[in-house]
Design a protein around this ligand. Sequence first.
Ligand SMILES: NC(=O)c1ccc[n+]([C@@H]2O[C@H](COP(=O)([O-])OP(=O)(O)OC[C@H]3O[C@@H](n4cnc5c(N)ncnc54)[C@H](OP(=O)(O)O)[C@@H]3O)[C@@H](O)[C@H]2O)c1
Length: 351
Amino acid sequence: MDFLVGRDDLRRTRFTEADVPEPGPGEAVLELERFGLTSNNVTYAVMGDAMSYWRFFPADEGWGRIPVWGFAHVTASAHDETPAGTRVYGYFPISTHLLVRPKPADGGGFVDTTPHRVDLPAVYNAYAPAPPEPSEGDDLQVLFRPLFGTSFLIDDQLDEGGFHDSASVWLSSASSKTALSTAFLLSRREGIEVVGLTSAGRAEFVRGLGVYDRVVAYDELEEAPRERAVYVDISGDAELRGRVHRHLGDELAHDWLVGASHWDRVFADPGALPGPAPEMFFAPARFAKRLEDWGADGVQSRTAEAWGPFAEWASGWLEVERGAGPADIERLYLKLVDGEAPSDAGYVLAP
Ligand SMILES: NC(=O)c1ccc[n+]([C@@H]2O[C@H](COP(=O)([O-])OP(=O)(O)OC[C@H]3O[C@@H](n4cnc5c(N)ncnc54)[C@H](OP(=O)(O)O)[C@@H]3O)[C@@H](O)[C@H]2O)c1
């Protein structure tokens, strides 16, 4: 089974069925067990052409296969070092099966060297080794691992750059998992004030989580005190960006463009945009730099150390909602597209 979305209309969906692939020499077949679905996956679709996300898992003309993060195991293999039963964590289409061409990686797991993937960012082609059986922490892993990884890199880059000489960080889409993970990490730093911008209806929930020093509803932005601040934009909302630039004016120290959760506002008119030009934050690029600086073990140990307290905190408020099969996949996907997912919900699905 493959879940497909219209590349020109993300609300157009369909499911197709095909025979389970047979592995040729050097190939293996993975069966997807469970995956997380958040706005990040909708952004993969929104940026499918611009950032090549459609190229990972090709589909029929006009259709796309949205990438997700999840766990899978090998069901059939013609690759000696990746036998049936091998379990991994990685990047998948929303499909029951995926044919890969594994190349064993240092430290375990493998890289998929299927020709159409080799020139795409390496972080998406790596399949990490996973324990043979599912465990309690798997839900948090499929929901947060890529988002928390990004937050770790944002927090790290802000720190390395001395927070652009400012003592305050403003995050839009403050209720998103990426913003919440970032706010959690920033809240553990001395002398940094963390301000969350969110929709009026989500402000109370966000305040209750305790990781922001202040939470400001979008429609009250102009009443918030002006202060020197870095803007970390998770919403991608162009009109909101203009309002932040005009409100903070000279006090805006930097504008990091991270996300596009307000996907239908990305091309809105920002109006005048005084202050620094927005700079794109692309996690795979920063990750590649830290791999060079710290080595794979250094990156692994630092993120693992940060993950522990975060996972404990997140499991205190997250409500996992499970689903399986086409009807649940389509229903929860469309809720995310329409911005109707409750802020405390984590959608964990099986194909
Ligand atoms: N640059 C990178 O490398 C990188 C890495 C990871 C994630 N990201 C991006 O960060 C963003 C957040 O991802 P996530 O998975 O953390 O999201 P999430 O937890 O699913 O975020 C949900 C929140 O996003 C806003 N939202 C979602 N859909 C909306 C819609 N249709 N209309 C209006 N608001 C909507 C709402 O927040 P508010 O009401 O608070 O606005 C909502 O509470 C995504 O765009 C993702 O791609 C980027």
